[in-house]
Design a protein around this ligand. Structure first.
Ligand code: FAD
Ligand code: SIN
Length: 526
């Protein structure tokens, strides 16, 4: 049961956490914790790339407009302008840190296009941009003398006045964060990490669904921790289902077939080889994701098929292999030559647009607690995220949060009165299988009732069933010595609850939230 102190405690080692760490470490000490190996993040799985304006005819105004249209009237316009404007400088920062984006023979960046973008503006590294970003940033962080990395350390709760015996309520505005209790997964002991500022960079929630593109680390831990600490969490109903994950039953996570392939010209078709996107949107296969995912869901329901096809066979084979080497190899490994055969695809839970509510510097409603990257809700995405706007949001907010935290740190004292983690009344859990079973049930509930298409009845059923799992899990949590699985299950149930409650409060369909009971949008400027 060790106690560690630093200026900045960063929880998460994806693009958001690593970028913040590199910036803040120029001004103070950083401890960066990651519940798995440092490289196991959603960031590493990113394929298509990172959206930012580089050359004419593209412009910041066009990036803003595309983001607003995609967000279906719920984006914060000031935030959209800020991210589109500050994005290019952060691209340069990534390049300085050693990230390599593909160039054409002419020396210009090879910009791709994805759904909802009016221009080619996606910087990428082949079809595995995430691996390249993770590689470059990890190497910089590991070499930095002011950053100490803790791999296989699992953050359990953030520390607030509650741990000093004071009442903390959701309506209080002076709740402060002093750090976090963290489970060392090798010793199974809970350590105390104290810091002037704590930065939540814990990523997404994909694993609450059965079919997801997210790796197993994406269990919504940061959002659940902040919610339990009475911080503000918003827009949780806007779960983005990516239209095209490879249909390969039994494989988790589902392998993504990047939207850049549709930008390259690939076309969606039903199992009998017919195009269908023209029935749903004039942008056809390049419409925003909410529209494409719903269209595929509808076609699958009409035909009873388990997938639709993505057809890239008519493109030049060498060109396809050159642009998508990772996808080519993956499909070939399961017997599909994408230059000759169509790719079976299904929608999969991919991204959370909402999360921990933050201001324009990434600070949450809890003092000295920041949230950046996918776990945050900045207002950029509104009701639906524009493709490749996630990575750019993460670096822009990491930069802003670092500047803000550094400026404020001079006036913050580390709180040394924090008690050690209380183990009282807990024993080893003899029946770990109960956790696995509840995990599966939770995924079933969310997938069956809180998917692409929702209804009042489905949401009510989900809430009732999740309520049972909630009670059982809380009971187990109180009695058991902590394990990662138990904490993750508890977090995912918390997050599932927030999604359902937010969805129930919607009295319209908008962006990623579609309800059979309220099929219309209340209207917006876009
Ligand atoms: P992550 O990269 O997910 O990192 C989260 C970190 O938090 C991990 O290190 C994890 O171990 C750690 N963590 C979580 N909980 C705890 C805990 N309790 N204790 C300690 N550590 C914890 N976006 C784009 O813009 N362009 C793309 O091309 C793109 N492609 C994608 C492809 C796939 C397959 C997926 C899944 C996502 C894609 N996205 C893309 C989305 C984007 O990759 C993510 O939104 C982004 O990488 C999130 O970065 P992050 O730093 O917020 O979180
Ligand atoms: C993709 O490559 O299709 C994913 C892009 C994203 O999620 O922004």
């Amino acid at each position: 049961m060790a106690t560690y102190t630093c200026d900045y405690l960063v929880i998460g080692s994806g693009i958001a956490g690593l970028s913040f760490a590199l910036k803040a470490a120029e001004q103070g000490t950083v401890m960066l914790i990651s519940k798995a190996d440092i490289e196991e993040t959603n960031t590493r799985y990113a394929q298509g790339g990172i959206a930012a304006v580089t050359y004419e005819p593209d412009s910041v105004e066009k990036h803003i407009e595309d983001t607003l249209i995609c967000g279906d009237g719920l984006c914060n316009k000031e935030v959209v302008r800020m991210v589109a404007t500050e994005g290019p400088a952060q691209i340069n920062q990534l390049i300085q840190w050693g990230v390599k984006f593909d160039k054409r023979a002419t020396g210009e960046y090879d910009l791709a296009r994805e759904g909802g973008h009016s221009e080619h503006r996606i910087l990428h590294h082949k079809d595995n941009t995430g691996i390249e970003i993770q590689r470059a940033l990890t190497s910089k962080v590991k070499d930095h003398k002011n950053i100490r990395v803790f791999e296989r350390f699992f953050a359990v709760e953030i520390i607030t006045q509650h741990h000093l015996g004071e009442m903390v309520t959701r309506h209080k505005t002076d709740t402060e964060c002093y750090g976090a209790y963290v489970l060392d997964l090798r010793t199974q002991k809970v350590d105390t990490f104290l810091a002037k500022s704590t930065i939540m960079a814990t990523g997404g929630v994909g694993n609450i669904y059965h079919t997801t593109t997210n790796p197993i680390v994406a269990t919504g831990d940061g959002i659940a921790m902040v919610y339990r600490a009475k911080g503000k969490v918003e827009n949780m109903e806007f779960i983005q289902f990516h239209p095209s994950s490879l249909f390969h039953p039994g494989e988790r996570p589902s392998f993504l077939i990047t939207e850049a392939m549709r930008g390259f010209g690939a076309i969606l078709k039903t199992a009998d080889g017919k195009e269908f996107m023209h029935k749903y949107d004039k942008r056809e296969s390049l419409a925003p994701r909410d529209i494409v995912a719903r269209a595929i869901d509808n076609e699958m329901k009409i035909s009873g098929d388990e997938f639709v096809y993505l057809d890239v066979t008519f493109k030049d084979a060498a060109d396809t292999k050159n642009h998508f080497p990772n996808i080519y190899e993956k499909c070939l490994s399961i017997g599909i030559d994408i230059t000759k055969e169509m790719i079976p695809v299904v929608p999969a839970a991919h991204y959370l647009c909402g999360g921990i509510k933050v201001d324009m510097n990434g600070e949450s409603s809890i003092k000295n607690l920041y949230a950046i990257g996918e776990c945050s809700s900045t207002g950029l995405h509104g009701a639906n995220r524009l493709a490749s706007n996630s990575l750019i949001e993460a670096v822009v907010y990491a930069d802003r949060a670092a500047k803000d935290a550094v400026a404020k740190s001079k006036n913050i004292k580390i709180n040394n009165q924090i008690p050690a983690w209380d183990y009282e009344g807990t024993t080893h859990n003899e029946e770990m299988v109960l956790i696995t079973q509840s995990y599966k049930e939770m995924q079933q509930v969310m997938s069956n009732y809180v998917g692409i298409v929702r209804s009042n009845l489905r949401l009510e059923r989900a809430l009732t069933r999740l309520g049972i799992l909630y009670n059982e899990t809380e009971e187990l949590y109180k009695k058991s010595i902590l394990t990662q699985n138990l904490c993750e299950l508890r977090n995912m149930i918390n997050v599932g609850y927030l999604i359902i409650k937010n969805a129930q409060n919607m009295r319209e369909s908008r962006g990623l939230h579609y309800s059979l009971d309220y099929p219309k949008s209340k209207g917006s400027e876009f």
